[in-house]
Design a protein around this ligand. Structure first.
Ligand code: SF4
Ligand code: F3S
Length: 107
């Protein structure tokens, strides 16, 4: 089983999640983070760290966001690993909770 980053991370990217991951499985894109499903050890440490509540176990992915599983797998093969927290995107608070953020994903 793996944990999955959901759409609400897009345009927020708080990065609190990366500090706690014992196996460094977060990968960073321009405005979104993903989890490498082959590296995640299902420890659940990252889930409560995200201020955007954007991380869930794969068996709790909400209806309508099933595509995020594949997207995490795909982008984690393309983006570099991130292990240190950094400042969130400048308007992260404003974007937290906005619907339909997938169209804002930058690759
Ligand atoms: Fe990393 Fe654990 Fe979160 Fe998986 S569940 S991404 S291993 S912190
Ligand atoms: Fe994204 Fe939440 Fe991590 S917004 S960068 S999954 S702390």
């Amino acid at each position: 089983m793996t944990f999955v980053v959901l759409e609400n991370c897009i345009r927020c990217k708080f990065t609190d999640c990366v500090e706690v991951c014992p196996v460094d499985c977060f990968h960073e894109g321009p405005n979104f983070l993903v989890i490498d499903p082959d590296e995640c050890i299902d420890c659940s440490l990252c889930e409560p760290e995200c201020p955007a509540e954007a991380i869930v176990p794969e068996d709790e992915v909400p209806e309508g966001q099933e595509h995020m599983l594949e997207l995490n797998a795909e982008l984690s093969q393309q983006w570099p690993v991130i292990t240190r927290r950094k400042d969130p995107l400048p308007d992260a608070e404003e974007w937290n909770g906005k619907p339909d953020k997938l169209k804002h994903l930058e690759r």
